[in-house]
Design a protein around this ligand. Structure first.
Ligand SMILES: *Cc1c(COP(=O)(O)O)cnc(C)c1O
Length: 374
């Protein structure tokens, strides 16, 4: 079935007890045992499993074309489970511009935990090849990247990963399964922050790890999920599953709007440069055209002038909200360097935009009046 149909139906079934079409929310932490000690419905205790979480996992698994999924309380918890599933002493390769929370997890938790990490510019596959070590066990891909929207060729990196029998993980948060299917290009594991487009309404936090094969590595992730307990709550799982039902149509709208906003910005005299993979001049445009079905709703642009000029533009927006995060129906804009803090490589004149589902003319009008600084 096509993704629009899966988004509506995967993980959903009519409630046998009541005939309810929308799924009930099962808050129960514990489930009844039979006199012989068995659990006839397969549920025992909430940390191990719960009907809402199970439904969400089934749905996400089908959307990405995997065989199993583990839903977490945040994208970062999902990311953490992947690194924890490695043996201490392992080496991994990550992009220089991975999501800043992922970089911080590696630097503050996992390098002290004895994982060694090489950060490389993954737009250059030969840099990945050169970074390989005898104990390289995992390569982390994130494309498009944050906040520069760099495009990594997933198939090329997956090939390099498999030459050394390592695991290729793709953080697919920005593209979503509607925008790109990392398994199709050779990735072994997909991670999402469901806080963003999958839930889609800026009202729930969650994450997921989805696997292409039922292997020992995923079993380890499953154990970390159920033993560690950073699981999606029943209500959170319900909200994400409900959000996913409109994902394909939302992503079309986000992408259509983002391209219009990107084109407007690229012609604006106050704008130095626009980073959006849907633009022809974008250095990753050709790869993006090949591996993405939609270019997504995220873009960033650099204004002429420095940090103060960027702040002045953001100060004038009326419709856009000044906030971090992404993937909701409302458009957001943020000065990225100041949220990433000390040591950031993000240019001081860069603004990151999550293009929402408002009418593109209204968004463009708001940006036009904000950029008009006399
Ligand atoms: C937000 C985000 C995360 C982290 O997800 P949380 O749900 O905030 O923990 C990871 N990767 C990317 C690309 C993100 O945008």
């Amino acid at each position: 079935m096509k993704i629009e149909t899966l988004a509506v139906h995967a993980g959903h079934h009519v409630d046998a007890a009541t005939g309810a079409i929308a799924p009930p929310i099962y808050l129960s932490t514990t489930f009844e045992r039979q006199v012989d000690g068995s659990y006839p419905h397969g549920y025992k205790y909430i940390r191990d499993n719960n009907p809402n979480r199970e439904a969400l996992e089934q749905c996400l698994c089908q959307l990405e074309g995997g065989v199993a999924a583990a839903a977490f309380s945040s994208g970062s918890a999902a990311t953490m489970s992947v690194f924890q599933a490695l043996q201490p002493g392992s080496h991994l390769i990550a992009p220089l511009d991975a999501y800043s929370g992922t970089t911080s997890l590696l630097r503050e938790i996992f390098i002290p935990w004895n994982l060694s990490v090489t950060f490389v510019d993954m737009t250059d596959p030969s840099a990945v090849e050169q970074a390989l070590e005898p104990n390289t066990k995992l390569i982390w891909v994130e494309t498009p990247s944050n906040p520069m929207l760099k495009i990594i060729d997933i198939a090329k990196i997956a090939d390099i990963t498999h030459q050394v029998n390592a695991c290729c993980v793709c953080d697919n948060t920005w593209a979503t399964p509607m925008g790109q299917n990392p398994f199709q290009w050779g990735a072994d594991l997909v991670v999402h922050s469901t806080t963003k487009y999958l839930s889609g309404h800026s009202d729930v936090m969650g994450g997921v790890a989805i696997t292409k094969a039922a292997d020992d590595f995923f079993q380890k992730i499953r154990s970390i999920q159920t033993l560690g307990g950073a699981v999606a709550s029943p209500f959170d799982a319900w909200l994400v599953l409900r959000g996913i039902q409109t994902l394909p149509y939302r992503m079309r709208g986000h992408s259509e709007n983002a391209l219009k906003v990107a084109r407007f910005l690229s012609e604006h005299p106050q704008v130095e440069t626009v980073h959006y993979p849907g633009l022809q001049h974008h250095p990753g445009h050709e790869i993006a055209q090949q591996q993405m079905q939609l270019f997504g709703g995220m873009l960033s642009f650099q204004v002429k002038g420095g940090r103060e000029k960027a702040f002045a533009v953001v100060a004038k927006v009326k419709l856009f909200k000044r906030a971090t995060s992404l993937g909701g129906v409302e458009s957001l804009i943020e000065h990225r360097a100041s949220i990433e803090g000390a040591g950031t490589k993000t240019p001081e004149n860069l603004l990151r935009v999550s293009v929402g589902l408002e009418h593109p003319d209204d968004l463009i009008e708001d940006l036009a009046q904000s950029l008009n600084l006399d």
